[in-house]
Design a protein around this ligand. Structure first.
Ligand code: MUC
Ligand code: MG
Length: 379
């Protein structure tokens, strides 16, 4: 029996290296909820709950994630044998509905402890272990300026850091967005895969026009062009359009994955551990996609290194990850909060080795960026 002896939950705000312009928000910093749990033997596990742009992306915010963990999840953990991660999370789910990001952060921390206790990486505790030790990693070009995006893409190719680029569109008129994408495809498209994410900002009519035009300019994939809860319209677009449609905001775990698969509402799923409700649930989503012949892409909520490491452990176990991943979140931040940064090179991310998540905090950095720290604030 392993009991919880200590828990600390706090928000860390780290600036981004440049403004990150999405259809629903422009980010200047990322706010990450960090959970640190310690069991009675003194083994510590960490997890992260991170969303984008406050409440503009989904119904959970950094503040609500922290509050759900502190007020409702930790009291349940105190009654559990936390070495039994599946049973513990089932008990949490029996008394906490929804709140997928909060649950994912806690499940990551429990799996980190379990992996350390057993001396195995978290990937070994999911779906039979890792099938690869490196993951292809996309970069998002989202400065808001076409010339600057092309220069940034060139730099990433030169440094052999990324050769998959996702462009954030949906804010401007459809034809202006397509002109922006077309210019980037022309400049970089022979050396990179160019994809777009509309973050639900088109109507079905705009999507019909936009997707056809994007196909013609050489774009490879369109992510969540319309509202994620309009499965019928997503199915019509998937059937009509040649360019593949990827579901993101439409996905909230295994049940929604099954609904999307049954309706034929996507060609590809953006698999996200937080949106799925945790690492185990993400693996279930991946299994549903595989059974339905739907492609998989390892998505991100622009998490920092903790959430990125947790995602990497899950994505490493997936048999076919045809569209690669976008686990670049830590690279969008000005500061690294780990002692050893994650290993980005050769267009890929190394899956952390070592027991648990395989990461350790730089305690000074963490203390400096804590929102509740004493002393002057950075922003
Ligand atoms: C999203 O909607 O996919 C992922 C990459 C990025 O730039 O934003 C995210 C969120
Ligand atoms: Mg998306």
């Amino acid at each position: 029996m392993a009991t919880l002896s200590r828990a600390d939950t706090f928000i860390v705000d780290v600036p981004t290296i440049r403004p990150h312009v999405l259809a629903m928000a422009t980010m200047h910093a990322q706010s990450m909820v960090i959970v640190r749990l310690t069991d009675a033997d003194g083994i510590e596990g960490v997890g992260e709950g991170t969303t984008i742009g406050g409440l503009s992306y989904c119904p959970e915010s950094p503040e609500s994630i922290k509050s759900a963990i502190d007020t409702y999840i930790l009291p349940v953990l105190k009654t559990c044998d936390i070495a039994q991660v599946g049973a513990t999370m089932a008990k949490v789910s029996a008394s906490v509905r929804g709140n997928h990001f909060a649950k994912c952060a806690v499940e990551s921390a429990l799996l980190d402890i379990a992996g350390k206790r057993l001396g195995v990486p978290v990937s070994a505790l999911i779906s039979g272990g890792a099938r690869r030790d490196r993951l292809p990693v996309a970069w998002t070009l989202a400065s808001g300026d076409t010339g600057r995006d092309i220069a940034e893409g060139e730099e990433m190719l030169d440094r052999r850091r990324h050769r998959i680029f996702k462009l954030k569109i949906g804010k401007r008129a459809v034809r202006d967005d397509v002109a922006h994408v077309g210019a980037i495809c022309k400049a970089l498209g022979d050396r990179a895969s160019i994809r777009v994410d509309v973050n639900q900002n088109w109507s079905a009519t705009q999507a019909s026009l936009g997707m056809a035009m994007l196909h013609d300019v050489g774009c490879d994939l369109v992510e969540q062009p319309i509202a994620g809860d309009d499965i019928a319209a997503m199915a019509r677009l998937t059937a009509q359009q040649t360019i593949p449609l990827m579901a993101d905001e439409a996905l909230h775990g295994p049940r929604s994955a099954l609904r999307i698969a049954s309706a034929g509402a996507a060609d590809v799923l953006a698999l996200k551990i937080a949106q799925s409700g945790g690492l185990f649930a993400a693996a279930e989503v991946a299994a549903i996609a595989a059974a339905a012949g739907i492609g998989l892409y390892g998505g991100t909520m622009l998490e920092g290194s903790v959430g990125t490491a947790a995602s990497a452990h899950v994505f490493a176990t997936i048999p076919h990850l045809a569209w690669g991943t976008e686990l670049f979140g830590p690279l969008l931040q000005t500061e690294e909060i780990l002692r050893e940064p994650l290993d980005y090179r050769d267009f890929s991310l190394g899956v952390p080795e070592g027991p648990g998540l395989g990461i350790a905090f730089d305690e000074d950095k963490l203390a400096f960026f804590r929102r509740d720290r004493d002393g002057p604030r950075l922003h």
